[in-house]
Design a protein around this ligand. Structure first.
Ligand code: FES
Length: 126
């Protein structure tokens, strides 16, 4: 699997079982020292940086609707596919691809240091 770049530069890090993340909820995971918030959405699984760009609110505890999560502390709304704050302020968190295989979830990581690879930019929420 290649997220971006050459296959030799990427690998997959297992996050856990897909069934452990209920639809429209988030869970945290740490990959190579990077904290992720992993969500189950109506469009599949996605991951973003775990800390809100405002004051570090726990995004995995936020409310998921459509393709966004709302930070539980001060209600900034963040697009789960781009990491961009789309309402309530400004800012951005990294966004990561999540791969599901046979019920397990994986995130593409650098083959060099194991850190999660940011996903290719997608179209922002309308
Ligand atoms: S910490 Fe998330 S909106 Fe303030």
């Amino acid at each position: 699997m290649t997220a971006s770049g050459s296959a030799a530069a990427t690998a997959l890090h297992r996050l856990g079982r897909a069934e452990d993340i209920p639809r429209f909820e988030g869970r945290t995971a740490t990959v190579a020292g990077v904290s992720l918030a992993v969500f189950s959405t109506e469009h599949g699984f996605v991951a973003i940086g775990a800390a809100c760009p405002h004051q570090g609110g726990p995004l995995a505890d936020g409310i998921v609707s459509e393709r966004c999560v709302t930070c539980p502390l001060h209600n900034r709304r963040i697009d789960l596919h781009t990491g961009e704050v789309v309402a309530g302020g400004e800012g951005r968190v990294p966004a990561y691809e999540v791969v599901e295989r046979d019920g397990d979830l994986y995130v593409p990581v650098s083959g060099v240091d194991g850190t999660p690879l940011e996903r290719e930019p997608l179209e922002a929420a309308a």
